[in-house]
Design a protein around this ligand. Structure first.
Ligand SMILES: C[S@@+](CC[C@H](N)C(=O)[O-])C[C@H]1O[C@@H](n2cnc3c(N)ncnc32)[C@H](O)[C@@H]1O
Ligand code: SF4
Length: 451
């Protein structure tokens, strides 16, 4: 209880703190970055270089009430068919701007629900990608899969196209919780999806589950976690349920009075965390778990764990190209985000343009602070001198920020010379400690460069 009250004092339970899947975070993107910048940044990719590609599918057949993702319901196939045609056009356009010999180190299909594409569309889209962008050696092709929205034909098409990693949405196995969050999915449906994926040679399988759901208590999350462990996923993402009805209107159906208190959320996370650790999983960053030998676990050990829009990753590529409505790209020069509305995205692409609607050009200050935040989120530790050297910054420039963070978070962060360390008891407030290095969040008037 003493620990909880200390965390409460530091703002754990009431802070609306970014998840830091990027720095600067997406709310600070602006309309000053457009299709011209996106094209220039594509042209600047080194010849023969390896890039990552993210394709976004903004559709779902079912609209789960808890879901805060940007997605739209569809009941017929034609919007999906049109969208796939647009994506193919966008892919060809992006390829034409890139120099020769560019290969893919990662391909990820996310959403929404990418498996809403029928088997024919999956094969067609994958063939276009592979014809334009040959896979690099050891390339990974991962797909987000809703176990309720997939069948043997679609899984065959994905396997045929080279999918070697998959992520399935579970959320919780408790039938009452499933009903209340508008996401009914029997254990058998999930188990069968896992079997079918394994049968097709998927060597790396991730499962998403949530803590902080309505009516969830320690007994229920224990039961759900044990059930998930029976399925032996290689990785687990244990996300805190974000109740943001002002952004995701369908969440208004969820009874607020049934949501666990912030203190109970912390306990729910810890209950599930202990079960994963007992089962031999390694803790990865703030909310992931991985079996020994999984790519995330190996990357963590080797100090190569990274964080991008898809969360934790072992992807080392400097360039992530995001295509599709609302998709975000990251280049060494900055971020570029496509038009969020599907109709707007499609209109731009059909007119032969890139749909980039907003973004941000990095300053040297952004890059340095971004690396500190990434290291804290990944390793719970930042070697400030090493990061200053890596970013070509003046020696000692991060020290005042680190000292201020150490004062503000006394007891849950340690500054030992030039190394900032978050011990285990401070991990629940990692995002808040990271925020102490965020120039945009810490200033009232937008960006103020302190370094
Ligand atoms: C974009 S969904 C894609 C998964 C796929 N459509 C499915 O439902 O299985 C990715 C994940 O985001 C997470 N997510 C969605 N809404 C959330 C919320 N309100 N709070 C926390 N995580 C959420 C869920 O765990 C979900 O599996
Ligand atoms: S959880 Fe998945 S299927 Fe449900 S609405 Fe969100 S993206 Fe769609």
């Amino acid at each position: 209880m003493k620990h909880e009250s200390q965390l409460a004092r530091l703002g754990l339970f009431d802070a609306k703190v970014p998840r830091y899947t990027s720095y600067p975070t997406a709310p600070h993107f602006h309309a000053g970055v457009g299709g011209g910048d996106f094209a220039d940044w594509l042209r600047a990719v080194p010849e023969g270089g390896a890039v990552s590609l993210y394709l976004h599918v903004p559709f779902c057949r079912r609209l789960c009430w808890f879901c805060a993702c940007r997605t739209q319901g569809v009941t017929s196939e034609s919007p999906v068919v049109n969208y796939v045609e647009t994506l193919k056009q966008d892919l060809r356009h992006a390829r034409s701007a890139l120099p020769d010999g560019v290969r893919l180190s990662r391909l990820h299909w996310g959403g929404g629900t990418p498996t809403i594409l029928g088997a024919g569309m999956i094969a067609d889209l994958a063939a276009t990608v592979r014809e334009l962008f040959p896979f690099a050696e050891d390339a990974e092709f991962s797909v987000e899969i809703d176990p309720n929205e997939v069948d043997a034909a679609r899984l065959d098409a994905l396997a045929e196209a080279g999918m070697n990693r998959a992520s399935i949405g579970v959320q919780d196995f408790d039938p009452e919780i499933q009903k209340v969050i508008g996401r009914e999915q029997s254990f058998e449906v999930t188990r069968d999806a896992v079997r079918e994926l394994r049968a097709r040679g998927i060597r790396s399988l991730n499962a998403d589950i949530l803590y902080g759901l309505p009516y969830q208590d320690n007994a229920r999350i224990t039961e759900s976690t044990k059930k998930l462990l029976e399925l032996e996923p290689d990785r687990v993402a244990l996300y805190g349920y974000a109740h943001v009805p002002w952004m995701a209107r369908r969440q208004t159906i969820i009874p607020v009075e049934a949501l666990p208190s912030p203190e109970a959320r912390l306990q729910l996370f810890d209950t599930a965390r202990r079960l994963f650790v007992w089962a031999g999983y390694h803790e990865i960053g703030i909310d992931h778990f991985a079996r020994p030998g999984d790519g995330l676990e190996t990357a963590l050990k080797a100090g190569r764990l990274r964080r991008n829009f898809q969360g934790y990753t072992d992807d080392q590529s400097e360039v992530l190209i995001g295509l599709g409505a609302s998709a975000i790209s990251r280049f060494p020069q900055g971020y570029a985000q496509n038009a969020s509305r599907t109709a707007e995205y499609q209109a731009k692409v059909r007119a032969g343009e890139f749909s980039t609607a907003r973004g941000l050009v990095f300053t040297a200050d952004d890059i340095l602070r971004g690396r500190v935040i990434e290291e804290l989120m990944c390793q719970f530790r930042a070697d400030l001198a090493a990061l200053e050297r890596e970013c070509g910054a003046q020696e000692g420039v991060l020290q005042p920020l680190a000292e201020a963070a150490a004062r503000k978070f006394a007891g849950v962060v340690k500054l030992d010379g030039r190394v900032l360390d978050i011990p285990h008891e401070g991990r629940p407030v990692t995002r808040m400690i990271a925020r102490a290095f965020d120039a945009y969040e810490m200033s009232e008037s937008g960006h103020s460069s302190a370094i």
